[in-house]
Design a protein around this ligand. Sequence first.
Ligand code: AR6
Length: 176
Amino acid sequence: MEIKINKSMLALAEGDITKESTDAIVNAANARLAGGGGVDGAIHRAGGPAIMQECRKIGGCPTGQAVITTGGTLKAKYVIHTVGPRYQDGTKGEALLLKSAYLESLTLASTKNITSIAFPAISTGAYGYPLHEAARIALQTIIEYLKEHQDIQLVRFVLYDHTTYDIFTQELKKLI
Ligand code: AR6
């Protein structure tokens, strides 16, 4: 599914984000930038050791913030590492932190003249964020950003499994 927002495109796809050829792909990292499982593990495996070397130099990233490295051997030129919240019970600021993770990633992309960017479903794996709510926050944040900024031409959500893709599609339909 894809929709146009001003001159930009917002697209949903099912797949493996490490194969994306957008200028940047976003990693759902942890605050130590230490690597891990899920999409983080996949990106470091596919992109090679240069990405981890840069992460070590940067040293860490607070929850809700974002940092950038090169893409190593990935097709994407950059990896934006952001840290989503661990979902506890929904009353610990999770929604604002998740929104911030998307917004800080987009803002960082804009400052680097990145015009196309791919996101995974941040916080919805190991960090346990309920999928419908996470999808709604993710999509609302991106739509709001694309309405106000012209520089990013393409935002693609690359969703790893069919259930996640379906839920993002349902939530996007509610928002348009
Ligand atoms: N491409 C796209 N999406 C993927 C891929 C892939 N190759 N692999 C997994 N996903 P998670 P989190 C999906 O757990 O919840 C790590 O250990 C996955 O199915 O990767 O933010 C970090 O180091 C799910 O829908 O990230 C942190 O410690 C989504 O990506 C912690 O996990 C996010 O799942 C971060 O947890």
